[in-house]
Design a protein around this ligand. Structure first.
Ligand SMILES: NC(=O)c1ccc[n+]([C@@H]2O[C@H](COP(=O)([O-])OP(=O)(O)OC[C@H]3O[C@@H](n4cnc5c(N)ncnc54)[C@H](O)[C@@H]3O)[C@@H](O)[C@H]2O)c1
Ligand SMILES: [Zn+2]
Ligand SMILES: [Zn+2]
Length: 390
């Protein structure tokens, strides 16, 4: 089969690789119909998190079951399915507690695993014609309809981006009536903003510098904030004051909930063109109101091959601990426990309530992966989310 392969820093190619096999009776092999490119792939593409050349990339697939092992009972050949990024066994203690991103059986000696992801287990990636799915009864989430129908783009976002955006709102504790600031208008941030609004947030701000991404945020009903025009915290406070704060709440002119949908490769505001992995947590700690919450969905790498000046190779960062303590802010971190949210978000799509597909700007074949990765990495060509159709 053909697959997108990491060749080295800022180089991917499409190569012939061996077809996946059914390795266990609980496996299926899925024919991939759509496979999205994610900001997480860029951490590997940029040579930051130790991907080995030869790794087949991709962790956001939708497809059709092509072969099924003898022990698979929940899905059959021909079924249309989405495969959550963070694969899991479905029955270990953590899976039973719905903490699938911390499954104890998919990566022996550690917890949690993902397709096509450096350091997250031996599973090949999904930017390919075929994908082996272990523990298939647990991992295949059934979808109605036919490949290529009007839901194809919405469903591919169920694999990772939409569930992660939703998870970020859970981590931050978003409730009806809340004010929310989302840093990062990539797919994860945009879908966190969409999720916050679906959950009844009163005001949602989205901070970025890329105009076409901020325009998508505005389309969802969020207020776009361009961080090249000033300190985003000051801009948001000014906007909230202008709207009018309830009497007695003048000192609560920040936001109640903050979301980091950027991660460790954040742009420095003081030194444009450079990274500062501490930028977003510093901005959020100042902006979030006392007693508020912060959800960190952006990735922080355990091993950074080329740390920025304020970064650290082992991911240790200086964060404003005292500000968070003084304000009594709760901070939640981590990978999304996909399976909690996949079916509920699928059903919101089918009911016409959720429209994650608005973030998809580009489609391509596997052969176009190299140019799409380049444009996505450079924030050029208007790429917000690219979906490959193998
Ligand atoms: N927790 C999880 O399970 C999970 C799942 C998927 C992705 N992620 C991570 O979420 C992050 C976002 O993913 P994505 O696909 O949206 O990526 P992306 O690269 O498309 O988007 C990141 C956005 O952040 C913006 N940005 C950079 N510095 C900023 C700053 N200082 N302030 C505000 N915005 C800034 C960029 O301009 C860009 O638009 C990545 O780190 C990715 O690895 C985590
Ligand atoms: Zn992803
Ligand atoms: Zn498990």
């Amino acid at each position: 089969m053909r697959a997108v392969v990491f060749e080295g820093t800022r180089a991917v190619s499409v190569r012939e690789v061996p077809d996946p096999e059914l390795e266990r009776p609980t496996d299926v092999v899925v024919r991939v119909t759509s496979s999205a490119v994610c900001g997480t792939d860029l951490h590997m593409y940029d040579g930051r998190i130790g991907a080995e050349p030869g790794l087949v990339l991709g962790h956001e697939p939708v497809g059709v079951v092509e072969r099924a092992g003898d022990a698979v009972t929940a899905v059959s050949v021909g079924d249309r399915v989405v495969l959550p990024t963070h694969l899991y066994c479905g029955v270990c203690g953590n899976c039973a507690r719905r903490l699938t991103a911390a499954c104890t059986r998919v990566r022996p000696g550690a917890f949690g695993a993902a397709y096509g992801y450096a350091g997250m287990g031996p599973y090949r990636g999904a930017q390919a014609e075929l994908l082996r799915v272990p523990f298939a009864d647990a991992n295949c989430v059934p979808l109605p309809g036919e490949p290529g129908d009007a839901y194809e783009d919405a469903f591919v976002l169920l694999a990772d981006a939409f569930v992660t955006g939703w998870h970020a709102t859970e981590l931050a504790g978003v409730r009806p009536g809340d004010s929310v600031a989302v840093f990062g208008a990539g797919t994860v941030g945009l879908l966190a903003a969409h999720s916050a609004l679906l959950r009844g947030a009163a005001e949602v701000y989205v901070v970025d510098r890329v105009a076409e991404r901020l325009a998508v945020a505005e389309g969802y009903g969020a207020v776009p904030v361009d961080f090249t025009e000033g300190d985003p915290g000051d801009l948001i406070r000014a906007h909230r004051k202008e709207r009018g704060l309830p009497p007695g709440e003048e000192s609560m002119d920040g936001v109640q909930r903050g979301i980091d949908a950027v991660g460790f490769q954040a742009d420095s505001r003081r030194h444009p063109g450079h990274e500062d992995p501490r930028q977003v947590i510093h901005d959020l700690a100042r902006l979030v109101n006392p007693t508020g919450g912060i959800g960190v969905a952006g990735v922080f790498a355990a091993r950074d091959e080329d740390p920025a000046r304020n970064g650290h190779g082992d991911g240790s960062l200086r964060v404003p601990w005292a500000t968070l303590f003084d304000k009594g802010i709760s901070v939640g971190f981590g990978r999304t426990h996909d399976r909690r949210y996949t079916a509920l978000l699928r059903d919101m799509i089918l009911a016409g309530r959720a429209e994650p597909q608005r973030v998809v700007t580009h489609h391509g074949t596997l052969d176009q992966a190299s140019s799409l990765y380049g444009e996505f990495d450079h924030r050029t060509g208007g790429v917000v989310k690219a979906v490959l159709r193998p």
